[in-house]
Design a protein around this ligand. Structure first.
Ligand code: GLU
Length: 327
């Protein structure tokens, strides 16, 4: 009898300690979010999501880490190869990847899944003031950073330049710098202008507009912009709030351009529970999330379901049905 009680005590304590370690509910999962350069908005956005979920790591049995990456195209490819579980991806790249267009020409990424949309991003062109650039057409013959391979902006710069009749190989000196390097290169006079598709405000344009060299945002409007918007379902007109965010810029008012949306993406291989937990944490605490970056001002639960073209991940769908965001 004594032996039996001893054995029972051992068994019960082993079971209890396993439960306390979370083993009773399965092992803790570790996932990584691919973002962008450290002076953009994707990187702090990954930080905001991970900070919120990690506060409740024990409840969700989940730990989220963040990685700085080359941007949207890199993120899609890393999610598809299984190197990353999540990534922030421009809505246009999500559309192209799922449908096998542009960088994924003829190779649709069937496993790509949409989770939610985040902030709006503007295709932004900035130039040093004395380069004499006042419109897209003035880029002719200039040194222009169109973005690193792997970035979202590279495709947007190519679209708009092509629509404006540029031969990118011949009409400009195109550079492929990372966005975190571009502001310094503009201030150093090594480039005349750079494109960045990004939410506002961000560290890159704060840096570009607060150095010794005067810089200005260049409006993207007119027939070339009207053509790309008409030709692509994911582009829409937008405005860069220059006055509110970049007082050091040479502009006198806000600047018209066009844009896309930042979206949160994953793979159909990632579990419903993991996706559900992240979506629930962000949406249940949306007002808190919105305080984490000034680019989130316009976000609503409803518009976080707009701009998604890959199928919704079932973990996200479960949450959206529960709270009545979808029927
Ligand atoms: N839209 C950019 C890209 O896809 C990244 C912007 C950011 O990091 O905020 O490459």
């Amino acid at each position: 009898m004594k032996k039996f009680i001893l054995m029972l005590t051992v068994l019960v304590s082993v079971a209890l300690s396993a439960f306390a370690n979370g083993e009773g509910e399965g092992a803790r999962e570790y996932v990584t979010i691919g973002t962008g350069g450290v002076t953009g908005v994707y990187y702090p956005t990954g930080g905001a999501i991970s900070k919120m979920v990690n506060k409740k790591s024990d409840e969700y049995n989940l730990k989220v880490t963040v990685e700085s990456t080359g941007g949207s195209v890199y993120n899609v490819n890393a999610i598809m190869s299984g190197d990353l579980e999540f990534g922030i991806v421009q809505s246009d790249r999500q559309y192209q990847a799922y449908n096998g267009l542009a960088d994924w020409d003829g190779a649709p990424q069937d496993k790509l899944r949409a989770v939610f949309a985040i902030h709006p991003e503007s295709i932004t062109l900035i130039a040093s003031d004395d380069a004499g650039i006042r419109s897209l057409e003035d880029l002719k013959g200039k040194v222009v950073n169109i973005g690193n391979p792997g970035s979202g902006q590279r495709g947007n710069a190519t679209d708009i330049l092509t629509a404006a009749g540029f031969d990118i190989e011949k009409d400009i000196k195109a550079e492929g710098l990372k966005p975190s390097e571009a502001a310094g290169m503009l201030q150093d006079g090594r480039i005349d202008a750079y494109f960045y598709t990004v939410g506002h405000p961000n560290g890159s344009f704060k840096e570009a507009t607060s150095g010794a060299v005067a810089t200005r945002f260049i409006p993207l409007e007119g027939s070339a912009v009207d053509t790309v918007i008409a030709d692509h379902p994911f582009y829409a007109k937008s405005v860069i709030p220059v006055q509110a965010h970049y007082p050091g810029a040479a502009n006198e008012g806000d600047v018209a351009t066009f844009g896309v949306k930042a979206t949160f993406c994953t793979s159909s291989d990632v579990s419903d529970d993991v996706v559900y937990s992240i979506v629930k944490e962000v949406f249940d605490n949306l007002e808190e999330f919105k305080t984490l970056h000034p680019a989130y001002g316009v976000i609503t639960a409803e518009n976080m379901l707009e701009g998604l073209s890959a199928p919704l991940h079932p973990g996200a769908e479960r949450y959206f049905r529960e709270v009545g965001l979808i029927q």
